[in-house]
Design a protein around this ligand. Structure first.
Ligand code: SAH
Length: 492
């Protein structure tokens, strides 16, 4: 495993080591994640509430990377437990919910490693830091293989050489600790408990340096962190987007009110500390919501967008538009998608759920024409700008629901040779898929960040004249349980 070079993170490395206590102590998996809601409904029978300790052996991993165990005839999942390990766990029963938590590993697996991040057991943003790289890769491969079984064996997963520092986008939240000092960090998963951090193993190191500078500037600028409970305070979040190839950096200050006292001096000081920042925006979010960004946006410095280079093309990215968070792996993913599309220069290609137009514009170099469809207005505007920036003349982008758009296309009797689709985690819908079946493209290339919904949608296509030819998993989100897949689906 390679260590990161970032100074912002290194400073805290020592602190992290000191606080990295063994299992069973404060920083142990059992003590962590108090707000965890991942309980397992197992039976409809009501049990009396109780908590017991049990000694168990882990027999495998669930799709969410948790250790599978048997307890009193039931299958339960235990976070941070590995196959083959024996462990002491606590099992709490509340009504019909049974929740198992790791207390102590008795015989550790050879694949267990000490997590490189001391926030791991509190944060929950990563789920696989206790596994070595080989085990992570095997887990992801086996998960995809199992899910995709109805369609044959997927290709070996494309892994990442340096599986850290990859996220080009990060949000940080601010608050006060018990001593009323300003802290910044991430919410523990499934909770609104803010964990004070000095960096994150998978964030871009520069992004971490920037939000830490902001945290440290807040006191002298009398800038209060926003408090969700009282609605008091000003700075809610900092969103940083980094163009990994271009080096351009966007900072979005998400604030609770449009009245930004001392704005000019704050921006001046931030730019002085980080001359590499190319644009700064203010986003006003005055709603009581867990959404990071609000509707009002104001550019405070620079042009309000950043540009990055992907597969040799330039892409302009707004604060709100979606852009793949791991560009190194995205190039591999898109490369496979384009290869699977088998374009000859004549085809009409639909890029559905196109975001800022990345896949469609990359495909346009080998296609007759490209039609992109996307729901988010800002992303569509970026896609249109991006086609101009790259001098693409054969691509058109439309704003709307991909399903409705396809229904209209099918009703008008329009033709498409290839449909590339990349829906959000919830997958596609019947309107979209039934229109694909009517349009009868020769190929459907399905890019997905959630293989479970992808399987559901591919079953529909398989029942309606299509055949899944090839499935390629890509590790876009190392250290987490998430996996991306691209499938080549052809008309029979
Ligand atoms: N293909 C792009 C974006 C993929 S993310 C890329 O690789 O960068 C999924 C995209 O689907 C997001 O941009 C989201 O805004 C969009 N989306 C979500 N629901 C949609 C819908 N019903 N119709 C069209 N687009 C949708």
């Amino acid at each position: 495993m390679s260590k990161r070079k970032n100074n912002g993170y290194k400073k805290s490395e020592k602190k992290r080591k000191q606080s990295n206590k063994p299992f069973g102590k404060k920083n142990s998996p059992s003590a962590a994640r108090k707000g965890d809601k991942s309980k397992h409904p197992t039976t409809n029978k009501r049990h009396p509430d109780k908590t017991v300790t049990a000694e168990v052996t882990c027999t495998g991993l669930s799709n969410t990377g948790k250790g599978i165990i048997q307890w009193e005839g039931k299958q339960l999942e235990v976070e941070h437990l590995l196959p083959g390990e024996t462990a002491e766990i606590t099992v709490s029963t509340k009504g019909r919910y049974v929740n198992a938590e790791l207390k102590r590993v008795l015989t550790p697996s050879k694949e267990r490693i000490k997590p490189m991040c001391s926030y791991y057991y509190d944060c929950g943003g990563c789920q696989l830091l206790h596994m070595n790289e080989q085990a992570q890769t095997r887990f992801k491969q086996e998960t995809v293989d199992k899910l995709m079984k109805p369609f044959g064996k997927p290709e070996p997963i494309l892994t990442m050489d340096h599986p850290y520092d990859y996220r080009n986008k990060s949000h940080t939240t601010f608050g006060l600790n018990k001593e009323r000092q300003i802290i910044g960090g991430l919410y523990a998963q499934n909770s609104h408990k803010l964990i004070s951090m000095d960096g994150c193993l998978i964030h871009d190191p520069k992004a971490d340096e920037i939000w830490q500078t902001i945290r440290d500037m807040m006191k002298s600028f009398k800038m209060q962190p926003y408090n969700e409970d009282t609605g008091q305070g000003f700075l809610r979040h900092v969103l940083v987007k980094v163009g990994k190839v271009s080096g351009e950096i966007m900072v979005v200050l998400v604030v609770a009110s449009p009245i930004f006292k001392g704005k000019n001096n704050f921006i001046k000081a931030l730019r002085k500390a980080h001359p590499e920042i190319t644009t700064i925006l203010m986003n006003v979010n005055n709603r009581n919501t867990s959404m990071v960004l609000g509707d009002q946006e104001k550019v405070l410095f620079g042009k309000g967008t950043i540009t990055d280079i992907l597969c040799g093309m330039k892409f302009e990215i707004s604060a709100k538009s979606f852009y793949q968070i791991n560009p190194v792996q995205t190039e591999k993913l898109y490369g496979k998608a384009i290869e699977m599309a088998q374009l000859t220069g004549k085809e009409t290609v639909i890029d559905a759920y196109c975001g800022i137009g990345t896949i469609g514009l990359i495909a346009s170099r080998k296609a007759g024409k490209v039609i992109g469809i996307e729901l988010n207005k800002d992303a569509v505007r970026d896609a249109i700008r991006n086609s101009k920036r790259n001098d693409v003349k054969n691509a058109r982008f439309f704003q709307g629901d991909a399903g409705e758009f396809m229904v209209k296309m099918a009703a008008r009797g329009e033709k498409a040779d290839v449909v590339i689709m990349d829906p959000p985690r919830s997958g596609s819908d019947e309107a979209f898929l039934s229109s694909v079946v009517k349009l009868k493209p020769k190929r459907v290339i399905y890019v997905s960040c959630n293989p479970e919904t992808q399987v559901r949608d591919m079953k529909y296509l398989a029942q309606n004249g299509y055949e899944v030819k090839r499935i390629q998993p890509v590790d876009m989100f190392p250290q987490t349980v998430h996996v991306e897949t691209v499938a080549e689906i052809v008309l029979k």
